[in-house]
Structures are given as C-alpha cells and as structure tokens.
Write a protein that binds this ligand. Sequence first.
Ligand code: ATP
Length: 307
Amino acid sequence: MPKPRILVLGSSNTDMIIKLARIPRPGETLLGGKFTTAAGGKGANQAVAAARAGGDVAFIARLGKDMFGDQALAGFKADKIDTRHILRDAKTPSGVALIFVAGSGENSIAVASGANARLTPADVRAAEAAFPGSKALVMQLETPLPTVAAAAKLAKKHGVAVILNPAPAPSEKLPPALLRLVSILTPNETEAELLTGIKVTDDTSAREAAQALLAQGVETVIITLGAKGAYLHNARTSGLIPGRKVKAVDTTAAGDTFNGALAVALAEGRDLPGAIRFANAAAALSVTRLGAQPSAPARAEIERFLK
Ligand code: ATP
C-alpha cells in the first residue's frame, strides 16, 4: 500500500533545556546545570510523528537562516519529510524554547517564536501545490491564526480533511468560521475547558464539552485524556477509547505523537475508533522515552505494540 500523503503546517523550535536543582529566581545566577538540546515545536513534532507512523509527510513551516534552522531541516530530511514548502527567513531567527527543569520536576519555559510567527497566509497560498492529493492537513496553534485559517480554507477547496490540535491552549474561543472547516478537533482536557467553559473530569463532562464544540461547527471531537486515552464524539458515536498501560518516563509531545499517528491511521482508511487505538498506542510508546521528536515511535514498533 502506498504511504498516504499528509500535510502538516506549524511550528519548529529548538528546545534548549537546563536541568538544575531549582529554577533560578529573577536576578539570580545558578551554577551546576546540565544542558541538552532537542528538536521540538508542535508542528515539527507532529510532522515527525506522522512520518515515522507511516505517512508521506510534507511540512509547511518557516525557519530562520541560522544554525538551528539548518539542524531542524537536516532532522526532517532524515525522517524523509518533504521539505520543499519550508521557507527560510533571513531576517528572523528560528524558533527557540529555553526550558529550566528543576530537580522536583517543576519547569519554567520561555519561547521565542521567531520565524514561526512570520508564517503568513501568503506563504500558505504559495504552497497550494502541496494540497491536492493530500489526505489530511494537520495543524496546531503555535503559528498565527490567520495562517491556520488560510490553510483550512485551501484544504476545503482541495477536499483535504483538517485535523486541528488547538494547542497550546488558546486564550480565547476560536473563530466559528475556522471551526466550521475542521473535520477533527483534538484538544486535551485543559484546551477543551478553555474552548467551552466546561471542566473535563469524567466521561460525562468530556461528552458535554465535545458536544459544545460540535455546536460550534466541528465535525468530530477527540479529547485526549492522558493515560486514560481519548474521548471520541460526533453526531454518530460517542465514547472513551482507553489508553495503553505503560511506564511513563516523559510525557512531552504525547499529544503531538497522538495527532501525527491519528492522521496517518485515518488516511489509511481506519475508522475513527481504530485510528484512535493506533494513535493511543503510538503516544503511549512515546511517553516511555525522553524528549519530543526523539520519542516518536516507528511504524514497526507501533504495529508490534498493537498485536
Ligand atoms: P503533551 O502536552 O504532554 O504533549 P497533551 O496534554 O497534549 O500532551 P495528553 O492528553 O496528555 O495530551 O496525551 C495525549 C495522548 O497520549 C493520550 O490520549 C494517550 O493516548 C497518550 N498518553 C499520554 N500520557 C500517557 C500515559 N501516561 N500512558 C499511556 N498513554 C499516555
């Protein structure tokens, strides 16, 4: 079976992580940290997860013309991602996240979106050739909303299903004109609450929040519930698809792995519950390993785990 074509639009960041005893206070210099870098950014994480899960992925993004951008691009190529629609910005640095992780596990994160914030609707229109023949367009909210909306419109024009992961949590409700173009919305519990005002604590409240999102124009809602799995709701079906039991080591990018794998499974023709089971398995594998992109599993691992 040929790999299904998946389009991902979104952010790419380099995460720079310092682990130290505690998070420095304003004005304080703290020695003794351990430094690591990791490829991140929700768009890039989802593109990599989809490619490893078996998708023929094209990524629409904007990187700076700097060392971080070069490294990110090399990573995408290593995962056989189509990078023809990744723009390089000579005026703005690549996105970075500076992350402090304390011994207690508490963290503090500062993000400079850089080139991600300069991905425009015109950039999306320039990448229109990537839309026909794609089975799904996967997006998040780390790039400007007008850009996301422009891509959703193009997806509609070319009959491409839109999967929108409304993360990081939006500060206000999303425009109804955008939600009406979304086939599948995939908030986590916090995002579902922010978008609906309904606190998600159990199946009943998950269903209520999902129903409120359906009323805003979305076709299908999948609320991810961490280790519990994911709650599926649309006009035809509603229910929890339980997560897989694993020993969690690092849940960074669990949601991103879920979204990338979900897109591939749906594009291959699995039904919604089947695609969610595949995505739950991929995401569970990712939480057993450290890091964002390094933790996304390969197709063969997901299949072995599903058996
Ligand atoms: P993150 O922000 O860490 O990327 P998220 O908050 O967007 O994650 P979650 O709902 O926490 O998303 O997790 C997404 C999916 O990952 C879940 O639906 C589930 O399939 C899987 N998952 C997350 N945590 C665990 C866990 N501890 N054990 C097994 N599966 C997990």
